[in-house]
Ligand binder design. Structure first.
Ligand code: ATP
Ligand code: MG
Length: 407
């Protein structure tokens, strides 16, 4: 992609109406645009990052047997009355044609349960797991942290259906492992901790995945030996590490990037969703739900990986793999390299602009934060100046070496 053609504009300064550093950076660098508090539009750079995050999540959900579906945001009142959640604070309620009461989905247990009920009848139909990556709506009272807390935001929500508790427990563990892989692929594994939270009526614990971050909204209590934590709501009942009994838990700030929960029969009972077992007896379906916020994960990455110059994306989610910057008067040499990189299938943003100064181009590149920076200039002859965002070392490399590095 040529930068002269890219649909974006960077701002000279940080926007004044943003509090979170991630939102300041993402807006200033031309990733997202604020329509109103808690509601953002994704520009090409932003959508690329979001889609990379969502693709990683999708692959790991498919790997644990999740089947992708897509459920509607627009929903009838009746399903929310069945579960007693029509009056919940964050639910956006609206009137449809004919004065019909509608809601915008903040989560999808109310749609997925009756949907599965049309498909699952017997133990032979179980287990099943379905997920979607979709836009959610919540009327959050405080939406001041950019993508970290949206009123309209992206969520991956997986739901699983089982014949008994044991089967749910086994699947829950598989999903835990899938989540660990996702944090690793997003570059968040070293700072994301499995956090014990209360489990409701059906199981002792649920789990949140909390990314350690000094500006995070949540407070957790970390066991530095096990790298797990206890959340604030649970800490009065669970004062020691649930894994090793360690009494010394350290208070930390964090951002919740995921949340997994054993729902048991809560929703299957509400919809009277049963299956017939091997003895032809009716039994309630046992459910699990597993949430993860791709747009919040994107905000989290920008919140934790930055310096005073801009964002530092982990390679797997960088909007482009490389940022090629031409500082020569004649664009020809850089253009040749650009064409070579494209031919090799390397995703590159090419700063081909003639009306921008060298200083402007380099500081914009730091702000945008693409992982690999390539500079073609008069200074370097037929070599290319290579630098990785966030690192100091600059290397001179040939075309061939660059291609080898980036392929
Ligand atoms: P929180 O406690 O932060 O409000 P939650 O417990 O309500 O989150 P869930 O209902 O479990 O969140 O949603 C699953 C995931 O969706 C969360 O782990 C988070 O990653 C994401 N998420 C939830 N609310 C928002 C929001 N307002 N904006 C962006 N992402 C969100
Ligand atoms: Mg929570």
């Amino acid at each position: 992609m040529k930068q002269s053609q890219l649909f974006y504009r960077t701002l000279k300064e940080f926007p004044k109406d943003e509090e979170a550093i991630s939102a300041k950076m993402l807006v200033r660098a031309g990733y997202i645009d604020k329509l109103m508090a808690g509601v953002y539009q994704f520009l090409p750079l932003g959508l690329r990052v979001l889609q990379k995050i969502e693709q990683i999540i999708r692959e790991e959900m498919n790997a644990v047997g999740g089947q992708e579906i897509l459920m509607p945001a627009l929903q009838p009142r009746e399903i929310w009355e069945k579960t007693g959640r029509w009056d919940m604070d964050v639910l956006f309620r609206l009137k449809g044609a004919g004065e019909k009461d509608l809601a915008l989905g903040p989560t999808h247990e109310e749609t997925v349960t009756p949907l599965a009920q049309k498909i699952i009848f017997s133990y032979k139909d179980l287990p099943k797991a379905v997920y979607q990556i979709q836009t959610k709506f919540r009327n959050e009272p405080r939406a001041k942290s950019g993508l970290l807390r949206g009123r309209e935001f992206r969520m991956k929500d997986l739901y699983s259906f089982h014949i008994n508790q044991k089967d749910l427990d086994q699947y829950y563990e598989k999903v835990e492992q899938a989540y660990e892989k996702i944090w690793e692929r997003l570059g968040l594994d070293k700072i994301t901790v499995k956090t014990y939270a209360s489990g409701g009526t059906f199981s002792k614990y649920s789990h949140e995945y909390q990314t350690l971050c000094a500006t995070g909204e949540d407070t957790i209590y970390l066991c530095e030996k096990c790298h797990v934590a206890v959340n604030k709501e649970l800490i009065n009942e669970q004062k020691t590490c649930p894994e090793c009994g360690n009494k010394k838990l350290v208070e930390k700030k964090a951002i919740e990037v995921g949340n997994i929960f054993k729902l048991g029969t809560k929703f299957s009972n509400a919809f009277n969703f049963k299956f017939v077992d091997e003895k032809n007896q009716e039994q309630p379906i046992i459910m699990g739900c597993y949430g993860l916020g791709p747009s919040r994960a994107m905000g989290t990455l920008a919140e934790v990986f930055n310096d005073d110059k801009g964002i530092i994306w982990p390679e797997n989610v960088s909007p482009f793999k490389a940022h090629l910057i031409n500082l020569k008067k004649d664009v020809k040499d850089a253009e040749n390299l650009y064409n070579q990189l494209i031919k090799e299938g390397i995703d590159v943003l090419f700063d081909d602009r003639e009306d921008a100064s060298a200083g402007q181009k380099l500081s914009e590149a730091d702000l945008i934060g693409i992982t690999h920076r390539l500079v073609v200039s008069e200074k370097t002859g037929d070599k290319i100046e290579y630098k990785k965002r966030g690192e100091k070392e600059v290397k001179l490399m040939s075309d061939k070496e660059i291609i080898k590095l980036l392929k």
